[in-house]
Ligand binder design. Structure first.
Ligand code: NAD
Length: 260
């Protein structure tokens, strides 16, 4: 087990990609904090994965709220014995053309993806540095960290921004053995994507089937969605990598949609 007794905090872990990462980390021997805006769903996830309550815990955390992030990270470190791995994964999508895009939606999206990444990073780094046993920080980027798509201005902006943050954390964290990397998935059929299919169909004036085949999967090598399992395996790889050789990097997991 590559993550035996490591303590991991995964944000947005009550659903989709984060939930599967939490499950994979537990299977690799880690203790996992399931942090989410939706506490009821986080508690249900923790119970589902670890009925004993010894290795998984739920934390109420709005990643845009400085007080909640700091308090949540403290509670996790106190209960599970420090913090070794952060997966900054919580995210949303709000699609729309730039000329009509609401400023409030722009700010909301950037706050969850970028303020959330900053606040959770800062809170976890304090523990990682003080513990002196290194650490791994993983940001959930996207193919949209590399490419643009129609209707996704703040999402593409935020996902590109995470690559910059990861590189700074790699440089500042190196002396403490803290590594920082980005996973860039293609489309994964989570609730976040299910919601987009009808929205994009309406905005682009095409059928839902065409949104899938002609927009979402058009540039993949095989017309396949990426799965939560594909992303979770990559997270286990980054989390368990033992040295600074792999830091400041991004891996694209997208069925060849984007090739570096
Ligand atoms: P999802 O909607 O299934 O899950 C997102 C989770 O984040 C939910 O449990 C939600 O409650 C939580 N969340 C939302 N706002 C929050 C906040 N302010 N504080 C804490 N938690 C909050 O979505 P998903 O598809 O699993 O997406 C997870 C991450 O993966 C996101 O960063 C997303 O941008 C990224 N991503 C997704 C895809 C995809 O195709 N699904 C592709 C590339 C990247």
């Amino acid at each position: 087990m590559t993550l035996q007794d490591k303590v991991a905090l995964v944000t947005g872990a009550a659903s989709g990609i984060g939930k599967d990462i939490a499950k994979a980390f537990l299977a690799e021997g880690a203790k996992v904090a399931i942090a989410d805006l939706n506490l009821t769903a986080a508690e249900a996830t923790a119970r589902e994965f670890d009925p004993s309550g010894e290795r998984a815990m739920a934390v109420a955390m709005d990643v845009t709220d400085e007080g909640q992030v700091d308090a949540g990270v403290e509670a996790v470190a106190a209960k599970l014995g420090g913090i070794d791995i952060l997966v900054s994964n919580a995210g949303i999508q709000i699609v729309g053309p730039l000329e009509d895009y609401k400023f409030s939606d722009w700010k909301k999206l950037l706050a969850i993806h970028l303020d959330g990444a900053f606040l959770t990073t800062r809170a976890c780094l304090k523990h990682m540095y003080a513990q002196g046993r290194g650490g791994s920080i993983i940001y959930m980027g996207s193919v949209h960290s590399k490419e643009a798509s129609l209707l996704k201005a703040p999402y593409v902006t935020a996902k590109h921004g995470l690559e910059g943050l990861a590189k700074v954390v790699a440089k500042e964290g190196a002396a403490h053995g803290v590594r920082s990397n980005v996973i860039c998935p293609g489309f994964v059929r989570t609730p976040l994507v299910e919601k987009q299919i009808p929205e994009q169909a309406q905005a682009l004036g095409i059928s839902e089937a065409d949104v899938i085949s002609k927009v979402m999967l058009k540039d993949t090598v095989d017309g396949e969605f990426t799965t939560v399992d594909d992303v979770a395996r990559t997270a286990v790889f980054f989390a368990g990598f033992p040295t600074n050789a792999l830091t400041g990097q991004s891996i694209v997991v997208s069925h060849g949609w984007y090739m570096q």
